[in-house]
Each structure stands twice: as C-alpha cells, then as structure tokens.
Design a protein around this ligand. Structure first.
Ligand SMILES: [Zn+2]
Length: 646
C-alpha cells in the first residue's frame, strides 16, 4: 500500500496566507500531499491588533473559497480572535453543499477520525486547571478553549471501536515529561519543559505512531520512544513539536511525512525499533516494567560502552560495566531505576549498603552515550536483594529510587505471542479484572459471563454478553463459558419476549492488534415481530451491499453440539455471526486481508430495531448519569429472568 503524504503544521495564529504559500510550494515540489494537519492555535491570539482587520478577513477568504486551499486541511485550535465568526462561516460553507465546501475542516474538540486511510486522534484545547496564563484570559464561550475529562473519554471510547493503531495524535499542548530519558542537549535551548499531564496520560493510552503538538513555540523532534506492549507487540511513538507559522526565529513549523497506515502494515514493520529508541518517558508501573525488560534484553551486548568513550568529555560518571570475576546472579540482584545521572557507582553502592554487601553494579550508557537512569545491583545473597527492595522510594540525591527484584518480571517474549485466551489483557476494557473496565455498565454477573449495557446503545435494552475472562470469540471459549452464554441468551430471549419482542444477536471476531486481541462480545437487541420475520433477508441484503455473503451454520444452533457447529463453520479464522429470532445462525468467515465493514453488525441491528441513524455509535453515547439510569432500567426488566437469581 502506498504511503500517504502528510504535512504537519504548528500554530497558524491566523497566518493562513503565509502557511498556504509555503504549503503550495512544498506541494508543488514534493507533492501531491494527501492532507495537512494543523495543531496549536489556528486563529490569531485574542487582542492582537495585527490580525484585527484585513488579516482576520483573510481566514474568511479561504473559507468562502475566494482563495484556494492548496492541500485538504484539518485543524484543531479553534480559538482566538475572530474564531467564532470564522467557525460559523466554515460551518455554513460546509452545510451549503459539497461542491462549494472549502478543503478546510475543523476536526472537533476530541475524537478519532479516519483521514485518507490514516487513523487520526485529536484533542483540542488546553488542560483545565493547569492552563497557562495566556489561556486563562480567554473567553470560555468559544469552542474547546479547555478540554474536559469527557473529551478525553471520547477518544478512549473511540479507540475501542477501531481495529488499527492510531497513526497520528494531534494535541495543542506538549505532554508533561516528554523529554525524560532523552540524551542531554536533545531538547532545544530555552524550551519550556512543562507540559500537560492530561496529554501525557492520553499519549500512554493512545500509543500513536506520531504525536504532534504546538503551542510552546519550539520545534522538537524527539527520538522515538517505545510504548508498552499490550500483548500484541509494541511499537514506537515519534513526538514532533512544531513552532508557529512565520515565527521570527525561523524555527521549523512545517513537517512532511510519508506514512503507510498502520492498518495496512504487517506486525514486524509496525513494531520495528530504530536504534535511537528510548524507553517511554511516561512514568507508570507498566512502563517501568518495560524499561526493565529492555534492560534485560540490552544486557546481552556490551557494545554501548564504546559510544560513551567516543563521545566522552561529558560531565557524567563513567558507566558501571560489571566488576571483574563476578558471575551474574539474578536471584541476588535488584533492578534500580530513576537513578540520578550524576550518581557514581560509589554513590549507588553506599545507598544500597544498608541492605547488604554489594558485589556488583551494572549501569550502562544508552546509544547516545548518556548514562542510563536504571541499572542492576548484585548482592552476596538473595536475602540482601530482598532487603534492598524495601529501599524502594527512598531518595538518592533528591530522587526517589525504584527498586524491584531482578528476577521476577523477566519475560520478554520474542516474537510477541498472541494473547492467550483466558488471561486478562492490560488495556482491555472488557476484562473485568482490569482497572479500566467500565464496571458501572455491568447489569448482571454470572459465574463466567456477564451482561453489560452497551456504551453506545442502539436502543435502551442493547446489551453485551461477555466472558469475564479474556477469550477471543464464542467459538474459542471453554465449554462451560459457552454453556453459561447460552443460558444468558435464553434469559434475554425470555426477557424480551415479555415485552412482546424478539432477540437478535451478533458477534464479530476480528483480531484487534492494539488491545491485545478481541474480547469476545455478543451484542443483543430486542426487535419487533415484523422485523424479526424478514431479519434473514435484511441481513443478506445489507451484506450484499458490502459485497459479501452469509451462510447458515449447519447443525444445532443452541444447546449440545452448537459450539462445535460454530467451530466447524468458522475454523480458527475471524468471523461475523448473527443469530436470528428463529434461532438460526448466519455466518461470514472473514478472509485474511479482507476488509470487513466494522460497523456491519450495528448497521443491521439498528435497521432491525428501526433506528438506522443509531448505527453510528458516536451519536449514541450518553453521560455517565444516563448510563447508570440505563443500567438500572435494564436490571429491572431483566430481574425476573436473570440466571443468577434462579
Ligand atoms: Zn479482555
């Protein structure tokens, strides 16, 4: 698949002519480019007189189409002088009709969009509460001056609905701590090191391939960092910050990328790590473990020390490459991180001496010659190593040191295995043991399965039936899980029948790389008798529109032998399966490389329920309060039929 050609721009500050002049030139020389993404502030700062008159109208000229936009342009940062008027004009231009609509698009407050095959996540606005002085002065009435937790949640929810990794994350602000773990001097001089904690946490969750920000007025191309592995391989993120368009220091404000969408890449190229890759700059327990794994892997080669020698001259202690004659013993060793750069081997030994006799310290340099922030300390006994772990959190030269046993988390699978069925997967919202799980949506819990209200319900009674543990599909669950699922389905059928409705369910199994594989879920909705009658035909007609067909699953559709029947129909592969009110099942096996329409099941269900507009889950999201009310409503309907109250 051919790479998409993408241009990235920093704060436009209302200088559209300057931006588009440069873009047009670049497009002519190296294009055509597929799109231009703008971060930072798109409009001129409030109160700036430079843009009050003609320049303010300049934006309108592009919006009304009297000046051409050279490359389809998408932006966030819809605040500032004249933003309200311009946004109104833009909206009108787009609603007027597709012929006259300008190639200028506001992405929105937050979300995830597919642009020319690329998955683009975006968060407009600054972090409320930590907004910088320049933002505090702004009128809160305009679009997304400050983002809220709900805005962030919109992105996280959208992530669950997409199969491919996010190609680009666009935020106005830099994430807090982004420069952590980079070689000295990598950050531009005078560059503020502060940033948004919200953006940092978002970056950890989104794991974009590129993260682009503006606002700070600097160009910064951070060495790639490695994201946490959620069970299906880890890839790197490249953070790129861009300066403002036409800035007086002539710092870089436009960046060109050739990017093959993650959706079109194979696992190996997606997970390729350039030699200057650093551990993640974001502190969280998972990333610390990752750093540890990295360290263990890096231990095998001693090639990093010469670079330090070569670069030399830096004001840092020499690396500790292991003392002669000491045999490495992991049982007697601890892994120490957050070590100060200036701490010498002697400093570290003194720090750990209270735990026991230190026999060896191993702390290397990274590929850029900088002393690593972590290392291994070996004692003369396993007991001493255990005592050393209790030192975790104590300060060394003003930094709290993290200490972990060296042995325990030593698991660096290579190549990354597919997530195992039954094992909870970090980052999976449906594994009930996961802290991210939306427990408030749960409406009934059985022994091995549970019912949860859908986050974007087609109708109020739209529920999901899921195994408590991580299993990829109902064809792959254990017989006991399958049996309980059947019980739940029978209960749902009875519950809906009491309302004069019938049960329609569908299941889609596709391997979601980004979240460590699919967590089996059966969508269930009640439909009217009239719709139930023609459900099979509706399904086939809608499938035909997408150029695929469905086949009925031979054999029993419930009870004994029904799981085997499904298994022999779908094999190990990905599939879509619908259960009709008459009990029959229609299945489509998704072939390797086939582009299955992700929303197909929702489309069909929404049509059968009679609310085709609600196929789009985005229009179906509600507030937390609405979600809680819906769960209560469903619980009441279901109480009499709940298998757990027999
Ligand atoms: Zn799961």
């Amino acid at each position: 698949m051919a790479p998409r050609k993408v241009l990235l721009a920093g704060d436009v500050d209302g200088k559209l002519s300057a931006l588009f002049k440069r873009v047009a030139a670049v497009n002519k020389a190296n294009g055509p480019f597929d799109l231009l993404l703008c971060t930072g502030a798109f409009f001129a700062p409030e109160g700036s007189d430079a843009n009050s008159g003609e320049a303010g109208d300049e934006v309108l000229e592009y919006i009304t189409g009297s000046k051409p936009v050279p490359v389809p342009t998408y932006f966030i940062g819809a605040t500032g002088q004249g933003a309200d008027r311009a946004m109104e004009a833009l909206e009108m231009a787009h609603s007027a009709g597709s012929d006259s609509a300008p190639q200028l698009h506001y992405l929105g407050c937050s979300g995830l969009k597919n642009l020319k095959g690329l998955n683009v996540a975006f968060l407009d606005g600054s972090s409320r509460g930590q907004a910088s002085a320049e933002h505090e002065g702004l009128d809160q009435g305009t679009t997304c001056t400050a983002h809220t937790q709900e805005d962030v949640q919109v992105i996280l929810t959208a992530l669950q609905q997409t199969t491919a990794d996010v190609d680009i994350l666009l935020t106005r602000e830099w994430p807090a701590g982004i420069a952590r773990g980079t070689p000295p001097g990598s950050l531009p001089q005078g560059c503020p090191t502060s940033g948004s904690e919200t953006v940092a946490r978002l970056a950890v969750e989104v794991r974009p391939r590129y993260h682009v920000a503006g606002t700070h007025g600097f160009h910064y191309d951070r060495p790639p960092y490695l994201n946490k592995d959620l069970g299906a391989g880890a890839h790197v993120t490249r953070f790129i910050a861009l300066a403002a368009v036409g800035n007086p220091k002539k710092l870089k404000f436009l960046h060109a990328l050739g990017l093959v969408p993650a959706a079109d890449m194979d696992q190996a190229s997606l997970c390729a790590q350039p030699p200057n890759t650093t551990p993640t700059p974001y502190e969280d327990p998972a990333s610390r473990k990752r750093t540890f794994d990295e360290a263990m892997a890096g231990d095998a080669d001693g090639e990093q020390s010469w670079r330090w020698q070569q670069k030399g001259g830096r004001n840092q202690p020499p690396p500790s490459l292991g003392r002669p004659g000491v045999v490495k013993d992991e049982e007697c060793s601890v892994y120490a991180s957050n070590l100060p750069w200036r701490a010498t081997e002697q400093d570290i030994e003194t720090f750990f001496a209270v735990a026991g006799h230190v026999v060896d310290i191993r702390r290397k340099c990274n590929k850029d010659g900088q002393l690593q922030g972590f290392g291994f300390v070996q004692f003369d006994s396993p007991e001493a190593a255990r005592r050393a772990c209790s030192l975790s959190g104590r300060d060394l030269q003003g930094r709290p040191i993290n200490v972990l046993p060296a042995l325990e988390p030593r698991s660096r699978p290579s190549p990354p295995p597919l997530p195992q069925d039954g094992k909870p997967v970090e980052g999976c919202w449906f594994c009930l043991s996961n802290p991210h799980a939306d427990v408030h949506l749960v409406a009934s819990i059985g022994e091995e399965c549970y019912l949860a209200c859908d986050k974007g319900p087609i109708c109020p009674e739209h529920v999901l039936l899921l195994p408590v543990e991580h299993h990829r599909s109902s064809a792959a669950v254990s017989p006991s899980v399958y049996t309980e699922m059947q019980k739940y389905l029978a209960a749902l059928r009875a519950c809906f029948a009491a309302q004069g409705k019938q049960l329609f369910t569908f299941e889609r199994f596709m391997t979601f790389r980004k979240s460590g594989g699919n967590h089996c879920q059966i969508n269930a909705v009640p439909i009217e008798a009239a719709a139930a009658k023609g459900a099979g035909e509706t399904l086939e007609r809608m499938a035909a529109k997408h150029d695929f067909s469905l086949e009925s699953v031979p054999g029993p559709s419930s009870g004994e032998g029904s799981q085997e029947a499904l298994q022999s129909a779908v094999g190990d592969g990905e599939f879509f399966c619908a259960s009709l009110p008459d009990g029959s099942r229609l299945v489509h096996v998704i072939k390797r490389g086939e582009r299955h329409p992700l929303a197909f099941g929702r489309d069909v269900a929404a049509t059968l329920v009679g609310v085709p507009d609600r196929a789009d889950w985005k229009v179906c999201q509600g507030t937390r309060e609405e979600e809680e009310q819906r769960v209560e409503h469903f619980k009441q309907l279901f109480a009499k039929f709940d298998i757990m109250q027999e």
